[in-house]
Ligand binder design. Structure first.
Ligand SMILES: CC(C)(COP(=O)(O)OP(=O)(O)OC[C@H]1O[C@@H](n2cnc3c(N)ncnc32)[C@H](O)[C@@H]1OP(=O)(O)O)[C@@H](O)C(=O)NCCC(=O)NCCS
Length: 201
């Protein structure tokens, strides 16, 4: 009970630092310029459209989920990539910061189909991993459909490992999910080489 309370208190009492929440910059990915910036409520309708487009045939996030997470700025970070000439949304990543366990959970990464395989997914994942390290979080985690071989390959290339398989995790198809994670910086591994979670509370 005490531990639960302490986790909760740590969570709400340490908002994300200002420089993490209020960024806005031009970036270059594979020679092309993009605008990187945090999301506002005005972006949600377009995010929902990109989400439906990218997850065609699967269950995309509903609009309400975006609103709920965006109303938790103390622990959620939305990072958008916009193409500056047309101002169209090329992709986004949504990360939840869990200070009690120093874990950043990537709850959504989506690149619009027209912009896939041009390095933007790699950029956004690397960006979140860098932010996590800068504020001394030591683990990044996510879930992915076992059939999403492209995404799994990308995550493995960036250093993520499969931690476990969750049976029938997705309601829409009953498909299994991989829990994937990687330790940042001072990460540890078990004797059998598996990722272990270092609890720094
Ligand atoms: C998965 C996703 C985020 C990757 O973003 P991206 O910008 O296309 O990825 P990058 O260009 O940075 O990296 C491409 C790498 O990812 C992997 N990859 C991504 N999509 C792939 C596909 N359809 N088939 C095979 N490999 C794929 C490959 O390893 C590829 O490496 P390569 O360019 O050397 O071939 C993007 O394809 C996407 O939004 N997909 C739909 C939504 C989704 O599945 N999100 C992840 C849910 S966990």
């Amino acid at each position: 009970m005490w531990r639960k309370f302490r986790n909760w208190f740590t969570w709400i009492s340490r908002p994300l630092p200002e420089q993490v929440r209020n960024f806005r910059q031009m970036i270059t990915v594979r020679g092309r310029s993009f605008e990187l910036r945090p999301a506002s409520r005005d972006d949600i309708a377009e995010m929902v459209l990109v989400e439906r487009w990218a997850y065609e045939g699967e269950e995309p996030w509903a609009e309400g989920v975006f609103y709920d997470l965006l109303s938790q700025p103390h622990n959620s970070l939305f990072v958008l990539i916009r193409e500056p000439e047309t101002n169209s949304l090329a992709g986004y990543i949504i990360a939840s910061f869990r200070p009690g366990i120093k874990d950043v959970h990537i709850s959504n990464i989506t690149i619009a189909p027209d912009w896939q395989k041009r390095g933007l997914g790699t950029f956004l994942l690397t960006y979140i991993m860098t932010v996590a390290q800068q504020i001394n979080f030591n683990r990044v985690s996510l879930e992915v459909r076992v059939s999403n071989v492209g995404a799994v390959a990308l995550y493995e290339r960036l250093g993520f490992q499969i931690v476990r398989t969750r049976a029938k995790y997705y309601d829409d198809t009953g498909e299994d999910a991989y829990d994937m994670a990687q330790m940042l910086g001072d990460g540890t591994k078990d004797d059998d080489g598996q990722l272990s979670f270092k609890d720094n509370r």
